[in-house]
Design a protein around this ligand. Structure first.
Ligand code: HEC
Ligand code: HEC
Ligand code: HEC
Length: 451
């Protein structure tokens, strides 16, 4: 049997197996909650006066479709994924590493040859709501259409109007390197059947207008679950564990349910809204990595009323307690180093580096009143026993400037060895957090390689 015949047989076998799995999973899935399960639990609304949940806030009442579209595009954070570092906004090319190979975001500017300039309104709606591109091309769920499916037609078309109002940028993304069978786009039709709820947002009449607006922002535009909810074997969001945390690009996207220990339950309203709007909450740390980007490109552009609605909805997400997520320690450390007796061990190395490279900004107490954003105590990352986010921060720092013009966290990946980085992170989590992390130099090495 030649290779291509074998491939066809394997392909057909795979398709049959998938169809059988698909049908049985569909039966199971039909009976389990969808992404907005607890939204629907309150009963689906029929009252039209709840319409204010979609669209832009009242502040935009007199604005044209392009300004409304700009706001909604920021709320949906389209730019983050469709822009390569240093590249033209929305011109695509950003890589998405998956266990099955790498996929690249396309150009979504109005350039006719390399972008979506020829797309009709209906092409655009089909992509956002159903994950089907022009000419029936099935799209991968790295494009979060299972969340954008909730967007109203009017909001989706305002986004299109805004994108089409910008100067078109020429640019073609590199070819995907996905392996067989994952390079078979038609398989995504099964995925969509199972995991794309494929319906528009419907307000819950038993909840306030503010809560409904928050639900629309969080579940639809903000697609928070795409990072904060873990995935099942088929890469669908496991909404039984809604918002209880997940791993994304080597970072822990923490539990944002209402759980008081591992989630946001103990955060004050002021802290939560401050974190969302500015990326920093007094006594709760500063957003880093992927969350810093979400704040910069998306949440910091929302009106205070929308930030408040987002927080209102988050507060209502049923608490789930995560393993390995102890209560954070919020007391500051001693003002001076406590010298360790075990000379020559990793603690001494950590303390030495902290004294050389970190103390100028962070101080020995972890609380520098002149550089508020650098406060280490109270932050989930510093209290995370895995030490993962703290290590990412120490290696790569903060990419862009702080909005308040203060110093940002520099990256030390090229300054220190794996052993030194592990030592200083383990030292910082012990000194400022609830427990010492146990990062090994080999883990730092894998973090370097997976970047
Ligand atoms: C989390 C990352 C992410 C976000 C956020 C995102 N996209 Fe995408 N998008 C992608 C990826 C990756 C693809 C390519 C999928 C594929 O090749 O199957 C894509 C594909 C598309 C396509 C299909 C284009 C084509 O040529 O087939 C359109 C249109 C699109 N996105 C528009 C948007 C809009 C509008 C927004 C904001 C409302 C948005 N995207 C937000 C990652 C994202
Ligand atoms: C691209 C992935 C991504 C998206 C999308 C995302 N987050 Fe996050 N989020 C993260 C990561 C990673 C962290 C941890 C950041 C850190 O340690 O500095 C985080 C942290 C947080 C925290 C702080 C948790 C804590 O205990 O410190 C809150 C609150 C939060 N996110 C809310 C949201 C909301 C609300 C949305 C949707 C509007 C959202 N996030 C969308 C990745 C994401
Ligand atoms: C130039 C000042 C500066 C230096 C030097 C510095 N940091 Fe930072 N660090 C910051 C700031 C500011 C933040 C908050 C994030 C931001 O705004 O960039 C931060 C954030 C952090 C965080 C994440 C805190 C959170 O809220 O999640 C950790 C962990 C950290 N730094 C550890 C270190 C270590 C360890 C060193 C030494 C190897 C170091 N920093 C050196 C300024 C600095």
């Amino acid at each position: 049997m030649n290779a291509s015949k074998r491939l066809v047989i394997i392909g057909a076998g795979f398709a049959c197996a998938l169809a059988i799995v698909g049908v049985s999973v569909l039966g199971w899935y039909a009976t389990r909650p969808g992404p907005m399960d607890f939204v629907a639990r309150g009963g689906v609304a029929s009252t039209p006066n709840m319409n204010s949940a979609t669209g832009t806030p009242a502040d935009f009442k007199d604005q044209d479709i392009i300004s409304r579209g700009r706001y909604l595009t920021a709320a949906a954070d389209c730019q983050a994924c469709h822009t390569v570092q240093g590249g033209k906004p929305f011109a695509g090319g950003r890589p998405f590493a998956t266990p099955f190979g790498t996929l690249y975001s396309p150009n979504i500017t109005s350039d006719a040859s390399t972008g979506i300039g020829h797309w009709s309104d209906s092409d655009f709606l089909t992509a956002l709501h159903r994950g089907v591109g022009r000419g029936g091309k099935r799209l991968y769920p790295a494009f979060p259409y299972a969340s954008y499916t909730y967007l109203s037609d009017a909001d989706s078309l305002a986004i299109k109007a805004y994108l089409f109002s910008l100067t078109p940028a020429v640019g073609t993304a590199p070819e995907n390197t996905l392996r067989f069978p994952f390079n078979q786009r038609w398989l995504m039709s099964f995925w969509s059947l199972l995991f794309n709820p494929s319906r528009r947002f419907e307000p819950v009449t038993t909840q306030s207008v503010e809560w409904n607006r928050g639900a629309y922002l969080v579940e639809g535009l903000g697609h928070c679950g795409e990072c904060h909810t873990s995935r099942n074997k088929f890469q669908g969001l496991d909404n039984k564990l809604k918002f209880s945390g997940s791993l994304v690009d080597g970072w822990n996207a923490y539990n944002i349910t209402a759980d008081p220990q591992s989630g946001l339950g103990a955060w004050s309203d002021v802290q939560l809204e401050q974190y969302l709007a500015t990326g920093h909450a007094q006594g709760r740390g500063t957003a880093g990595g992927p969350m810093a980007e979400v704040v910069e490109l998306s949440l910091s552009h929302l009106t205070p009323s929308d930030i408040h609605a987002t927080a209102t909805y988050l507060r209502s997400v049923p608490p789930i307690k995560s393993a390995n997520s102890p209560p954070v320690r919020d007391t500051t450390a001693a003002a001076q180093p406590v010298l360790k007796v075990s000379v020559g061990d990793q603690r001494d190395l950590g303390q030495k580096i902290f004294g050389q490279a970190c103390v100028g900004c962070h101080t020995w107490s972890g609380h520098n009143t002149l550089l508020i954003r650098s406060q280490l105590t109270g932050s989930r990352a510093v209290n995370d026993p895995s030490g993962l986010n703290a290590a990412q921060m120490v290696m790569y720092g903060t990419a862009s400037q702080n909005s308040d013009g203060t110093l940002v966290m520099p990256g030390f990946a090229s300054t220190y060895s794996n052993e030194e980085i592990a030592a200083v992170v383990n030292y910082a989590t012990e000194r400022f957090g609830v427990a010492r992390s146990t990062l090994a130099p080999s883990q730092i090495q894998s973090m370097r390689l997976s970047r």
